[in-house]
Design a protein around this ligand. Structure first.
Ligand code: FES
Length: 451
């Protein structure tokens, strides 16, 4: 029987001014090359959003090429430099999810390099031919994803801290009352005892006599900086915000991204020794280096000089375990995680840095992310969410804590944070004046992955 041979389907996103012209030159010069590539022309590599790649795979591509002008030649001056940074991290994300990095390839091809374009297409086509068809159905894998090795056991030095009322809750109430009485703030956003026993909830205090409801203890885990971009809160006036050192890192992120002005918030910084999650010290607290917040207007509690405990963050061991798996095992692990996603968007709701008025997940024209909670939509949503936070997430852990499906969003975020630090030497939440790493570039940024 005459069976049709499988051939790779490759989508190439190219910039108009260099690679598209180079491909055109290859054609007018009658250079022969593999016919497996479908070309999609965009103004610049700076416009080639990683979402396009996700969409290409979702719709059946076996491989993707992104190509544009050589460094220094971009017709919009620097679009390719920005793109290079984005793709440095995006490739790492795909690899961590179990995608073979050879399926997403990058090149610089100028308008004069018709021959080079033909060579790039030939080489990439052959590599993808060797790899075979895209091996997974988008958003599906074996539902057996579990890490086989447990993270290191919890040691005694991770016991929960105590916060004497006289040193924390009492001065907190006093400062809050004073700020409200003097009219310096319109609302204090802090913590209060919930209606259920042992449950701490966010508390919004607008009257001095209500400040007695404010508390501080090891259960005050929520990152309240999410309310700084909430109109219902900010319309009450200038905000006084109770913030741990890690929450202050989110505030710094909001300052960097011009979502909050420094004069709009009074920070009641807590000299924190850690908070609990499931009766254990939160993993982020094990290696916390900002026990005394780096930015505050009033410090609550004695300054805590202790930094960086001797114990390691157990999540690093989990990331190492995932990296040691085969790509297929990693894919299955993450598909099993994402299969549980309900699309409740609780992760988005608690994230201080998810402040867009309209999230890409809610857009319908075009619809980037299928809204229902099925495999393909869940995978696309979780890829986008993680990538949008790359270089911005301050590891407050809120998303993973609130996820009702217990998806390990913290591992994805942490992995990308490690990659950002390794590639660009950047740690989020430190400097309100610094440009977030994916909104800037250095001409000498790494590019060994680009042909
Ligand atoms: Fe070609 Fe910017 S115009 S990469």
């Amino acid at each position: 029987m005459n069976e049709r041979r499988w051939e790779p389907r490759i989508v190439a996103f190219v910039c108009n001014w260099c690679t598209y012209a180079g491909a055109d030159l290859a054609g007018t010069s009658r250079i022969e090359y593999q016919p497996n590539v479908r070309l999609i022309k965009l103004p610049c590599t700076g416009r080639i959003d990683p979402h396009f790649i996700v969409k290409a795979f979702e719709q059946g591509a076996d491989g993707v090429i992104v190509s544009g002008c050589h460094p220094g030649d971009c017709h919009y001056t620097s679009g390719n430099y920005y793109a290079r940074r984005r793709y440095t991290i995006f490739r790492k994300l795909l690899e961590f999810l179990g995608v073979d990095p050879r399926r997403v390839q990058f090149s610089w091809v100028s308008a004069a390099e018709g021959q080079k374009w033909a060579e790039v297409v030939n080489v990439v086509t052959e590599e993808i031919r060797q790899l075979g068809p895209w091996p997974y159905r988008w958003g599906e894998g074996k539902r057996n994803g579990k890490l086989t090795v447990e993270p290191p056991p919890i040691s005694a030095e991770r016991s929960l801290p105590e916060y004497p009322e006289a040193q924390f809750t009492a001065p907190l109430r006093e400062v809050a009352r004073d700020l409200l009485e003097r009219g310096e703030v319109g609302v204090i956003v802090g913590y209060g005892e919930g209606t259920l026993p042992e449950v701490i909830t966010p508390l919004f205090v607008t009257q001095p006599e209500e400040t007695d409801q404010l508390v501080w203890n090891a259960r005050c885990v929520h990152n309240l900086s999410v309310y700084l971009t909430n109109d219902l809160v900010t319309k009450l006036g200038r905000v006084g915000l109770v913030a741990k050192g890690c929450d202050v890192k989110s505030i710094i992120g909001l300052l960097q991204e011009n979502q909050v002005q420094r004069e709009e918030v009074v920070i009641l910084g807590i000299a924190c020794a850690g908070v609990e999650v499931n009766a254990r010290l939160a993993p982020q607290c094990l290696t916390c280096e900002v026990r005394t917040p780096t930015l505050y207007d009033h410090l609550i509690g004695p300054p805590n000089q202790q930094t960086n405990q001797s114990t390691a963050d157990p999540r690093l061991a989990e990331i190492a375990q995932l990296e040691a798996l085969s790509p297929e095992e990693r894919w299955n692990y993450w598909q099993a995680q994402f299969a549980r996603c309900l699309k409740c968007y609780a992760c988005r709701a608690v994230c201080p840095l998810c402040y867009c008025e309209q999230c890409i997940a809610d857009k319908t024209r075009p619809q980037w992310i299928p809204p229902s909670a099925h495999g393909p939509g869940n995978l696309s949503w979780n890829i986008f969410r993680a990538f949008h936070l790359a270089g911005r997430c301050v590891d407050c852990g809120a998303c993973a804590r609130v996820c009702p499906a217990h998806i390990r969003l913290d591992l994805l975020n942490l992995k990308l944070a490690l990659e950002v630090e390794k590639s660009f030497g950047y740690i989020p939440g430190q400097d309100p004046e610094a440009a977030p790493p994916l909104t800037t570039f250095r001409p000498e940024d790494e590019q060994e992955f680009i042909r």
